[in-house]
Design a binder for this molecule. Structure first.
Ligand code: ZN
Length: 322
């Protein structure tokens, strides 16, 4: 039996249960700590806020949550541990790096001028997957990578290649970030070209693109796709996400889709005040939107319990365990 790494230790893969494959507790954009006006971190208060929010998902049967926050967006393993203890949820944390424009530590940018950062990233990912993250003793359970809108930058290509090497040695899944579902098939081609088993890849944020032609170009690579941003209406409307997933389910692809919400309890730094029209577009966005609103609507449209179970339980188990 394959065991997966959670922040509180290993878990037999068949005990994952219903799984949200792409959420966050908190995140922060590089540089926020230099804002002298940003409120200081109160880990206890933060953990309580996260536990209260994500704990709601447990009431709908969720048993495991993947915190897909990459290293460079202030992934916080101590926080994940407290939230896991408070809620009883299994939380899986990530190693890996975000897409260049919103992540990329300047450290790597500097080193890349003279050093082989593909190897350095691979070594860093391996450390976090097999030894532990910092001094926490927690091992990452997935590798997160990302690409830009409409292109894969040279830096992102290095991250993907480093992730591929670490994946092949450890067997953990790779979760990707796509900008509005662009470059999904290119990501899949690059990773599988490096020898990664497509069944260990989830191309993320594919619900940002209603073109079935595009969806098929990614599915044809043999990978899983993430419909993982339900509720983020300013990026893409849920109605088009629904239409697309219904089309794919109608074609028999329940065994290739995972569901999640890309929710986050707090973005660190000064509070970001969204304009009213954006707030209206994310009014339903939460760790439970899928269960309160989307799944009932999909069922009304003819989606079966077996298909929902496939996407929430069996696919995550296969991705981690297969
Ligand atoms: Zn995310």
């Amino acid at each position: 039996m394959v065991k997966i790494n959670t922040v509180l230790g290993t878990l037999p893969v068949d005990q994952m249960g219903p799984t949200l494959m792409h959420e966050h507790m908190v995140l922060a954009y590089p540089g926020w700590e230099q804002d002298a006006i940003a409120p200081p971190v109160d880990l206890k208060e933060l953990a309580s806020a996260c536990a209260e929010a994500v704990g709601e998902a447990k009431k709908f049967g969720v048993n495991t949550v993947v915190d897909a926050t990459p290293c460079d967006l202030w992934r916080n393993v101590e926080l994940d541990k407290i939230v896991a203890e408070k809620t009883g949820l299994n939380i899986v944390c990530a190693t890996g790096m975000y897409f260049e424009a919103e992540g990329m530590p300047v450290y790597l940018k500097f080193r890349s001028q003279v050093m082989d950062i593909t190897t350095e990233l691979y070594e860093s990912f391996m450390q976090e997957l097999t030894v532990g993250i910092g001094k926490t003793g927690v091992r990452a359970g997935v590798i997160k990578v990302g690409t830009s809108h409409g292109c894969i930058t040279p830096y992102e290509e290095k991250v993907l290649k480093a992730a591929a090497r670490a994946q092949k040695e450890t067997g953990v899944p790779i979760l990707t970030h796509t900008q509005q579902g662009t470059m999904g098939s290119e990501q899949a081609a690059l990773l599988t070209g490096e020898g990664v088993n497509p069944k260990k890849i989830v191309v993320g944020h594919m619900c940002g693109n209603a073109s079935l032609e595009y969806q098929m170009s990614v599915i044809d690579k043999g990978v899983y796709i993430g419909f993982d941003r339900w509720g983020i209406g300013f990026i893409y409307p849920d109605n088009l996400r629904k239409a697309t997933v219904l089309g794919l389910l109608g074609l028999g692809y329940a065994d290739r889709i995972v569901l999640s919400q890309d929710c986050v309890t707090r973005i660190m730094g000064r509070q970001t005040v969204m304009p009213d029209f954006i707030q209206a577009l994310i009014a339903d966005w939460s760790y439970t939107h899928l269960f309160k609103n989307i799944i009932p609507q999909l069922k009304q449209a003819g989606v079966t319990d077996a298909q929902i179970g496939q996407m929430l339980v069996e696919n995550p188990r296969s991705i981690f365990g297969g």
